[in-house]
Design a protein around this ligand. Sequence first.
Ligand SMILES: *[C@@H]1O[C@H](CO)[C@@H](O)[C@H](O)[C@H]1NC(C)=O
Ligand SMILES: *[C@@H]1O[C@H](CO)[C@@H](O)[C@H](O)[C@H]1NC(C)=O
Ligand SMILES: *[C@@H]1O[C@H](CO)[C@@H](O)[C@H](O)[C@H]1NC(C)=O
Ligand SMILES: *[C@@H]1O[C@H](CO)[C@@H](O)[C@H](O)[C@H]1NC(C)=O
Ligand SMILES: *[C@@H]1O[C@H](CO)[C@@H](O)[C@H](O)[C@H]1NC(C)=O
Ligand SMILES: *[C@@H]1O[C@H](CO)[C@@H](O)[C@H](O)[C@H]1NC(C)=O
Ligand SMILES: [Ca+2]
Length: 531
Amino acid sequence: MLLQAVLLLLLRCLASTLGQYELCKSLVSTDEGSVWEHYACQPKAASMKDYMRIKVDPPGITCGNPPERFCTLENPYLCSDECDASNPDLAHPPQLMQDRERHGLITYWQTVTWRRHPEPLLANITLSWNKSLELTDDLQITFEYGRPTIMVLDKSMDHGRSWQPYQFYADDCLDAFNMPPKKVRDLSPANITRVICTEQYSRWVGSKNEKNVKFEVRARFAVFAGPRLQNMDGLYTRMESMKGLRDFFTFTNLRLRLLRPALGGTYVQRDNLLKYFYAISNIDVPARCKCNLHASQCLLIDGNLQCQCEHNTTGQDCQRCKKGFKAKSWKAGSYLPAPNGTPNTCTYLPGRSRRLHCECYGHSNRCSYIDYLNIVTCVSCKHNTRGQNCQHCRLGYFRNASAELDDESVCIECNCNQMGSVHDRCNGTGFCQCKDGATGAKCDDCVSGYFWKQGCYPNVCDEEMLLCQNGGTCYQNQKCICPPEFKGVLCQQSRCEAGKDCNGAPTPRRSAAALLLCTLLAHLLATLTPH
Ligand SMILES: *[C@@H]1O[C@H](CO)[C@@H](O)[C@H](O)[C@H]1NC(C)=O
Ligand SMILES: *[C@@H]1O[C@H](CO)[C@@H](O)[C@H](O)[C@H]1NC(C)=O
Ligand SMILES: *[C@@H]1O[C@H](CO)[C@@H](O)[C@H](O)[C@H]1NC(C)=O
Ligand SMILES: *[C@@H]1O[C@H](CO)[C@@H](O)[C@H](O)[C@H]1NC(C)=O
Ligand SMILES: *[C@@H]1O[C@H](CO)[C@@H](O)[C@H](O)[C@H]1NC(C)=O
Ligand SMILES: *[C@@H]1O[C@H](CO)[C@@H](O)[C@H](O)[C@H]1NC(C)=O
Ligand SMILES: [Ca+2]
């Protein structure tokens, strides 16, 4: 008990220090002992650049193959820098956009220079996670040697099948995109999810002064949560009620379309195209796994982020109910009511069972879940019952019509006659299946024309059609008992029929006996007669 109390305190304590929605469940004590309480929960925000896959287009856009020289915008005649893909110290591959920089050494991906001007210098950077994520703070891209003058940030929510613009960036929004320039702080709660074009991150201020391009998440959150995000409940309440707000921060892929590099002024200097290119040293993606408020953990498994789903949900984003837990349709967890939200747990199918004490009509107290059939079934039904709910009679038994389903004598043995029936099973009213000639509910009788002798056999003789002939008598329909002169099943055959033996051998034998009898009689007569 003490241990449990300490554990409880620890969990409560953790819950209060972890922040909001970071626990899916905790053990609470009630009158009936300790039980788990379930809450809406979400994983912690993380630096998702560690998990992103980067693809740059077109092929050959990365500098260094062949090696080339480049200059800087501030001093276009200082062109001592070199990009060489075959030299690790001078190479600028894409992974340098996501590395962890040490000792203040800035590492960056760099493109070829704009040597084909006036053909535009275009590059795409596609970032993929193979997982739905939700932005939790500003997305930030750090450009070395100046920020692009025209750029689009796109997002996909379906693993790159479809894309939509997320934000437009240009030093002149009207000119580049025919959109009026906006800032996030111009947005009201009603149009916070509007896609805007901003000039804030594209104007030339010197390449060292301002390197970052942002997609503002904090400023958008602040519209609901206050300037220092002190009222996150306000934001979470809006997330529940405002259609599209949660989706606005959700993505599986991001794409940067770089459409024109930094120019360092108004015009492109055609005589020094070696100073125009793109270089990115870092892309910060603060986000959390989208688990629909059904998981507090998101782990890297076989190279992919996966929610560790609770509440009997499953799927990469906990977006489905587990098999066997589809009583209600799936629902995302809810942030409301604060502070713990509603888990919207998936539950067992009703009717088939009620949790683990399932319906067995008193013939079993044990159930098990059969995964591949997706059913809960009673185990070891007693009283000769069977079935998912012990609602049927075992083979060889039938339903007692005058007993309730939960009666111990609900099933009556069929008692089929072993000799007369095909097998020992009977139908719902106790009738057995009889062999030819057998009849009766239990098949222990014979139909007429049959006689019983360890089963029913066709009559050999009777008093109607199968009469014994020549004075024979019918014995229990089984055989005719014939007089000595006759034989055959119905005594139909005379023993003399063959002819010659009849007046031969048998007659002298009979005469001898008669002669003997006569002799004896004659003797008797002689002794009795007075002389
Ligand atoms: C960048 O992506 C867009 C959209 O898919 C495509 O139209 C464009 O051709 C791509 N640009 C490059 C340089 O690959
Ligand atoms: C994406 O993630 C899912 C689930 O984690 C996995 O089955 C699939 O193979 C992954 N796809 C790629 C391309 O990694
Ligand atoms: C958003 O709404 C505010 C006030 O309703 C309006 O002033 C602003 O122009 C709107 N912004 C956009 C981008 O439509
Ligand atoms: C999910 O189902 C199991 C039974 O398989 C149950 O023990 C558990 O408590 C359920 N989880 C929730 C959150 O209801
Ligand atoms: C059928 O059920 C009734 C009611 O429980 C019981 O009295 C009767 O004995 C049962 N019949 C048989 C053959 O078991
Ligand atoms: C069982 O078989 C008997 C005889 O064939 C029939 O009369 C009776 O209706 C059957 N009962 C059921 C429930 O099928
Ligand atoms: Ca870097």
